[in-house]
Design a protein around this ligand. Sequence first.
Ligand code: PLP
Length: 465
Amino acid sequence: MKKLRTNSADWSALMPVLPGEGPRTRELYAAIRRLIEGGQAPSGTKLPTTRDLAARLGVSRAAAVAAFELLVADGFAEARVGAGTFVAPQVPALAPVSREVPPMAAPSPPLPCELGVATMDEKTMRIFRRLLSRSLARPGPEHFHYGDARGTRALRDAIAAYLRTARGVRCDPEQIIVTTGTMHGMDLVVRSVIRPGDAAWIEDPCYGKARTILKAAGARLVGVPVDGEGIDPAQGTIACSKARLAYVTPSHQFPLGVAMSMRRRLALLEWARRNDGWIIEDDYDSEFRFSGPPLACLQGMDDGDRVAYLGTFSKVLFPGMRIGYAVVPRALLAAVLRLRIQSDRQPPTLAQGAIADFLDQGHFAAHLRRVRRRVQSARDRLVAGLRRGGLEVDVPEQGLHLVAGLPSSFDDRALAIAAREADVGALPLSPLHVDAPQRQGLILGFSGFDGEVLAEAAERLCRLL
Ligand SMILES: Cc1ncc(COP(=O)(O)O)c(C=O)c1O
């Protein structure tokens, strides 16, 4: 186990990114406590000075002092006058601090370049206001009793029509389950097929929440490297051919942004067919394609009904809707529905009604055109700002984020912390790796912010680098 050397860079290197805004006393307290409880900072180790720690981690001195006071109060450290603060001789056995920061700690409002921010469109909001108030003024009977656990027929019909034409999905409305977002759909499918100990392929690097869901279901994660053609099923087969499931983002790999090549798609489908494996296709931001031909989805190429297709309105409308959908292979439908009924019974009827009307009345295509234009222009401002500052970045043809790769001598976690202090919501790339050697980089979102705000954020970030 890596032990700490006092006043060396190890302290900050071993700290996870401290999320959130403001003083972040609790996060710093939790990070140091984990090092103590994990044995990396054994009894008697001298803690760095609060000044040193604050400077290294980019938090305020007051936050570092308050975190130390908490550590002392809880018995993890002791202050010796004139000598400094030391890890206590006997560390108390308290309930562990959570590794995940509770969602309440999420910054509000988000920092420029933060991921997961939708682009608000005034016209779309006006339409939704009208649709929702009409529904409330003349409420239909569906709001007053429990309905179909898959969601309303009207919304499932509308989604099926959209997916068939826009994404090439093979589906009928019977297979569609309206969810509270992609990750809800993923959780239902994963729990339907994974038994503890089953192997699951996951792209390496990967979407962190997908990794959490697989782990929570007891899956043994097999990181399959992503290169310029996406995930490589040949590598997955070498690592573990008998995996039960593969989670992929073929249209736009998260986080690296590559599209999976046709030969890899065919190879992945062939692997699933031969091994009775399941594929989860997360198509989270395919609506935002800026140039080049639209990429058809993997599910539409599958003759064997082995692909569960997940989509969401979080990106294309806004995450507050909490509406997504899963197109579930017929063989899994009953199991997935059973879990859905157990967990949250059915999706909310009011939001479903508004989205179904939005799609049926033809507003969606116009909304997409408006929002796509704005996101594209924001992307261009961010890219231009980064390039002006000397960073080499590719212009993404799709999606809502880009990755600024960094030389391996950089520490992207420390940089992300420093970027936050400079009001830039960059996410470090290296922690998203599973087994592959960690690449350093910063993930930057360009949706939901004005071009000017992003250009200024790019300038601050480049100054930092
Ligand atoms: C890879 C990936 N999948 C899915 C989602 C969306 O999740 P949800 O639909 O649960 O909001 C995101 C959002 O950031 C994402 O990055």
